[in-house]
Design a protein around this ligand. Structure first.
Ligand SMILES: [Zn+2]
Length: 121
């Protein structure tokens, strides 16, 4: 299924309900689904992972629809390589796709595990 078609189907299935709920509450549903995806990743059940990824995609295109964003158009950002460096595969430093707060958290985790390794060694 093409992304445009997916967004249209989700809009047909739930559009009226989504519009009455509003973008803020719908965004909170998306965040909750991301949490469910995190749990599925920890559990490692492939069927559940596929389900949760489907749900995250559905809620993501729902938020897009409520904001007047065409998800397929938004995905075009990645169509001809990494949006930052323009290369395929990406030639950016390893964690450039992460938001700044996540990069800081990842650095902190790495330095913590390095310290643990040193203690162990
Ligand atoms: Zn890149």
């Amino acid at each position: 299924m093409k992304l445009r078609e997916f967004q249209d189907r989700i809009e047909a299935h739930y559009g009226e309900r989504d519009r009455s709920r509003g973008v803020d509450a719908t965004f909170r549903w998306l965040v909750e689904e991301v949490g469910e995806l995190a749990r599925a990743l920890r559990e490692g059940d492939p069927r559940r992972l596929e389900e949760e990824i489907g749900d995250v995609l559905a809620w993501t295109v729902t938020v897009a629809s409520l904001c007047g964003v065409d998800a397929a158009q938004a995905a075009e950002r990645y169509a001809s390589g990494c949006p930052k460096c323009g290369s395929t595969p990406c030639a950016c430093p390893p964690d450039v796709r992460m938001p700044a707060a996540s990069r800081a958290a990842a650095r902190q985790l790495r330095s913590r595990s390095v310290r643990t390794d040193r203690r162990a060694g």
